[in-house]
Design a binder for this molecule. Structure first.
Ligand SMILES: NC(=O)C1=CN([C@@H]2O[C@H](COP(=O)(O)OP(=O)(O)OC[C@H]3O[C@@H](n4cnc5c(N)ncnc54)[C@H](O)[C@@H]3O)[C@@H](O)[C@H]2O)C=CC1
Length: 299
């Protein structure tokens, strides 16, 4: 029997990667609920629509992801990232199915000197981080059969992300100033999508409570944004694409409305131990994404 997997969102980085990942999986039937028919800011109808779709598992991917805009629009961010997640949990509870929910490194304040563990206390410093933490809490309170997967620094050939911004800026500039006092784990949406399908399979075949709960899932290896940019340009230059010199600057020289954690690194050992999932090294995945974008632009 095919696993019927409901994904929230119809586009965006991870959703698009999931569409691709499912195309060569005859054992998986992906269904999407997204705008305009399914709007997470219209929290009234979410539960009924989920129940009507009758999935075996839900991948809760869609979110209000405009980190800086959330500072001046926290109520919308909270409605989409937390209140709606409670309604998704309610739908799952009615169907007795699991929810796998994506969350973020921004639930932490970044003051820890080493990678964050699932047991570390969240302390978000931004409105977006607070809204995502509230989503985690509402899900955990309403549905035992859940996984919260915190990821970070997502990039891909799709949608908007740092990697695509760097390549596009390098088309017109030969020198870029990039923040070098924030450290994290760049994570490819393509790798996230593959992992989500494995983890969904694990939940559908095994009722063990040990497989449920909160897990960290980011690319293997770490970087600052400046180092990430340098790696992108190295790959791009090798493949005949645009490149630029990267000047390392402190965050104080690149002020943003939302405060970002200085340390975003996530310890992903628990996910590997419990689910057998370890995402590839961020450098090799960066190369793959740059390669794909180069191919697309030459077609
Ligand atoms: N992008 C990043 O660097 C990180 C993302 N995450 C989390 O990963 C998940 C996926 O992120 P991305 O794919 O990068 O996001 P994205 O911004 O590329 O896509 C967001 C998706 O949410 C949908 N969406 C937004 N508002 C909606 C609404 N009111 N109703 C229905 N759908 C709505 C969009 O249509 C889109 O499908 C999100 O839950 C995000 O919080 C976690 C850590 C880092």
């Amino acid at each position: 029997m095919k696993s019927r997997i409901l994904v929230t969102g119809v586009n965006g980085q991870v959703v698009t990667a999931l569409r691709e990942a499912a195309t060569d999986r005859p054992d998986v039937e992906l269904i999407w609920l997204g705008r305009p028919d399914f709007d997470l800011s219209d929290t009234e109808n979410i539960t009924d629509k989920i129940v009507a779709a009758a999935p075996h598992v839900i991948l809760s991917v869609a979110a209000y992801t405009a980190v800086d805009n959330a500072e001046s629009d926290e109520s919308t961010a909270t409605s989409i990232n937390a209140v709606a997640v409670g309604e998704i949990a309610e739908g799952a509870a009615r169907l007795s199915i699991p929810v796998i929910h994506l969350s973020t490194d921004y639930v932490f304040d970044g003051t820890k000197p080493s990678p964050y563990l699932e047991t570390d206390k969240p302390n978000p410093t931004s409105a977006y981080g607070r809204s995502k933490l509230a989503g985690e809490q509402v899900l955990a309170a309403r549905l035992q059969n859940h996984i919260i997967l915190r990821t970070a620094w997502v990039y891909s050939p799709f949608g908007k992300n740092f990697l695509k911004t760097m390549l596009s800026l390098a088309e017109t500039r030969d020198h870029l100033r990039v923040v070098s006092d924030q450290r994290g784990n760049p994570t490819s949406a393509i790798d996230i999508a593959e992992a989500l399908l494995v983890i969904a399979g694990n939940l559908l075949t095994d009722k063990d409570p040990g497989l449920r709960g909160t897990f960290h899932m980011s690319g293997t290896g770490e970087a600052t944004w400046a180092e990430f940019a340098e790696q992108i340009f190295q790959a791009s230059e090798r493949l005949g694409g645009p490149t630029a010199q990267v000047e390392h600057i402190p965050s104080s020289q690149y002020p943003t409305p939302a405060k970002r954690p200085a340390n975003s690194r996530l310890d992903c050992g628990k996910l590997e131990q419990v689910h057998g999932v370890r995402l590839p090294d961020w450098r090799s995945s960066t190369e793959l994404v740059v390669r794909r974008l180069m191919r697309q632009s030459s077609n």
